[in-house]
Design a protein around this ligand. Sequence first.
Ligand code: ATP
Ligand code: MG
Length: 362
Amino acid sequence: MNRILIFIEQTENRRILAEWLGRSYEVVVGESAVQAGKAVPLLNEPFDLCILDGPALHHSWEWVQARKQAEQPVFLPVLLITLHSDVKLLTRHLWQTVDELISKPIEKLELQARVEMLLRSRRLSLKLQAALEQERELKELKSRFVSMVSHEFRNPLNIISGFTRLLEQHDLPSERRTDFSQRIQAAVKSMTALLDDVLAFGKVETSALADNATVLAIEPFCRKLIEEIKVGMGSNHTFQVDCEDECFTVRVNEALLRQVLTNLLSNAIKYSAPQSTVRLKFQCQAEVAIFQVQDEGIGISPTDQVRLFESFYRASNVGKIPGTGLGLAIVKQVVEQAGGTISVSSEVNVGTTFTVILPIGK
Ligand code: ATP
Ligand code: MG
């Protein structure tokens, strides 16, 4: 329901107006607003139209102007009730505050018509603002999506570049050659899948990452993934994979797991010294799989841990290590879309452990 604020000095007029308008609108009577110092309690109340008379406008035009200003670009209408003979007394700044006039004696029907017209302009203006806001949000979503896609392109590109380098070795046995070219093809395939997501932009939230669980042999999957990441990043870290027996096969979404682990493992490599150890641990519980990636790297301070999953946020101790600050934000988004959680525990200069808990299908 539209809310109308009335500032009328003359008591009887105020009462009649409030009664007329009170039948169709929510009416707030600003008795105190015309008396300096007492206006404060009303100042923050929202309203859709302000109706005032000459004396009230004279006292509170600055406040009215400030309220109009604060609502911009949304239109906040002000209707002035005045004597026909007083119209010429209105000064320029008062004119600028008022959007419509009605002269006394007031005709009930005319008042209603003017109130309705002003409220309609207000509603249109609010609608326009909401549409603009939606447009802005969509633009932001698009640019976030573009950043995310470009970020996720880097991993398969690294794999292609790494394995192409390895293929150049002369004395490569033919089975190794076949294996390397298969990995390059797999990386190209994952880039194509990503492109399909870009083309189906609107469907990104429900993309293949969220569904399509398959039965996956965890340990071989991880070893292969680690090798690809090592080649892609040129890393000489030592990797340890701890996998509980029951975890041997799990029903999970392979693309999602690949995306999550690739980001966490490449962070572990990037933020720890060459030749240090990176551990990948799996546990299965009744309905969830728990994945942990642990490193012996630079660690993350408690202050930075709070904001770590925000897009583009990077901790203060990254120094010259390159990065965009998007990986963890993407990981958090896809993990939560799949009904899982991600958490971090870390100590500066000791190491970091990321724990991902994912629901697993039966
Ligand atoms: P990119 O977008 O290329 O992945 P990034 O690695 O900087 O860049 P995130 O993966 O989102 O971005 O990580 C955010 C920040 O969290 C990093 O900049 C780094 O400060 C910190 N961080 C993440 N993982 C680790 C880790 N294993 N050890 C120490 N700091 C880490
Ligand atoms: Mg990263």
